[in-house]
Design a protein around this ligand. Structure first.
Ligand code: NDP
Length: 297
């Protein structure tokens, strides 16, 4: 079998287009654009890239982007004061504090200060709780993007065996919850799982969110499985190159011989994360304005 390549980049582009069109309608109805505030503390190179990309994506989707760049030695008090100001600002629908924060800042305490109704990353414990008990809230962007790709590919997931490898609060756990809500039979695997290959081999759906380059080979997969590769890993550079290649947690070429469908890295899950962030910001704007949500998001 040669797997179908799940084109997350194209799916994300279509989602961004829909969000952009709905954002225009929102602006027409309310006289203001949906707004996303992104807070970056310090000078982490990868975070800089993400924050720039989020700002550009916002503008392209007819939204307002508010960037707040603070020095690395910003005190918790000053950061909390900014979050409070953003919570109270009616032009701001979504607030995202870019992680990781410098070590002297307690990430959980900062996230806890964000209004749950503006927590478009879905990292606040209130939103984690809402997801867990089935209430409406915000779901973390990466697992929600994975779920969109899965339902687009498979339709109804009822009764399918799903294995999520990784149990982080931002990917693995919410992913497992979403699969459970979609009536899959879910196993969460992690670094202490015994005979991981055998666990993965029984899955119809494999979601890999580990952070280990090409760990999952073709021998780990059931024929026809749908494989969602969340991992982003950089290999050591080839001789003469400055940077190594980006790869996922799955050995894409060999896995493609066995899987039914698979996301590539890059171009799979990655582009979905920002697209869902825009979608969540639009949802926040509609909710904050007390308007009914448009269909098809
Ligand atoms: P974490 O490091 O927080 O979690 C990794 C998980 O993998 C842990 O639960 C860990 O288990 C498990 N794990 C580690 N080693 C093994 C192993 N040998 N066998 C089985 N399980 C193992 O990572 P994140 O969840 O934040 O991210 C995972 C990957 O996804 C990373 O590559 C990250 O870059 C990528 N990512 C991509 C995004 C995107 O937009 N595409 C967004 C977010 C993340 P234990 O709990 O036991 O330690």
């Amino acid at each position: 079998m040669t797997a179908t390549r799940i084109d997350g980049k194209a799916f994300a582009a279509r989602l961004r287009e829909r969000v952009g069109a709905r954002a225009l309608e929102f602006a027409e109805a309310t006289g203001r654009k949906p707004g996303l505030a992104v807070v970056l503390v310090g000078e982490n190179a990868a975070s800089e890239v993400y924050v720039r990309a989020k700002g550009k994506a916002c503008v392209a989707a007819n939204m307002e982007s508010f960037e707040h760049r603070l020095p690395a030695d910003t005190s918790a008090q000053d950061l909390l004061a900014l979050v409070e100001r953003l919570n109270a600002d009616p032009a701001v629908d979504g607030i995202l504090v870019q992680l990781p924060l410098p070590e002297h800042l307690d990430e959980q305490a900062i996230i806890a200060a964000i209004s749950p109704d503006k927590d478009v990353d879905g990292f606040h414990v209130i939103n984690a709780g809402r997801l867990s008990v089935g209430q409406e809230g915000f779901v973390p962007c990466t697992p929600m993007g994975c779920m969109m790709l899965l339902t687009d590919r498979l339709g109804d997931l009822s009764g399918l065996d799903a294995v999520v490898i990784g149990r982080s609060n931002i990917v693995g756990k919410p992913m497992a919850q979403l699969l459970l809500d979609a009536n899959a039979t879910v196993t969460i695997a992690h670094s202490r799982t015994k005979d991981l290959a055998a666990v993965v081999r029984r899955a119809d759906i494999v979601v890999a969110a580990v952070g280990r380059p090409q760990m999952i080979g073709k021998d780990w997969l059931k024929e026809g499985a749908t494989v969602i590769d969340v991992g982003i890993n950089r290999l050591p550079p080839e001789p003469g190159a400055d940077k190594g290649r980006l790869v996922g947690d799955v050995a894409f070429d060999e896995a493609s011989e066995v899987a039914g469908a698979i996301t590539p890295v890059p171009g799979g899950v990655g582009p979905m994360t920002i697209a869902v962030l825009l979608r969540n910001t639009l949802v926040a704007a509609y909710r904050n304005a007390g308007l009914d949500m448009p269909e098809g998001l």
